[in-house]
Ligand binder design. Sequence first.
Ligand SMILES: [Zn+2]
Length: 128
Amino acid sequence: MRETELREIFAKTNGHCHFCGDLVDFGKRGWDLDLSGRWEVDHVIQRGKGGLRSPANCLPACTRCNRLRWHRTGDAVRELLFLGLIARDEIKRGTILGRGLAELQNRRLNQNANRRRGARGYPAARDD
Ligand SMILES: [Zn+2]
């Protein structure tokens, strides 16, 4: 994609992720271990569903949100983020629900780590 098209897409949200609203940095596109400020072009109608490559079908998304999106619609991603924020708050407050969610999170992280055992670039399982 040409830089003029990227700038057009970036300007649509004034440099913010269209999912979470975080500010992104035009010069930081794609994946990196440090995802702060990184962004990607999100195709609003996925290309596999007939969406066009043109800027008219594109919005900036932070890399973290875009990688969570996969096949999901924008509304489904926003719902996931919203539920995630609620869950995070419950965990931080140490409620009964939060403690249960933290336990589930730990179990999933350990299962994922076990599946990826031997693969490089993934963090070790958490034991806390
Ligand atoms: Zn985002």
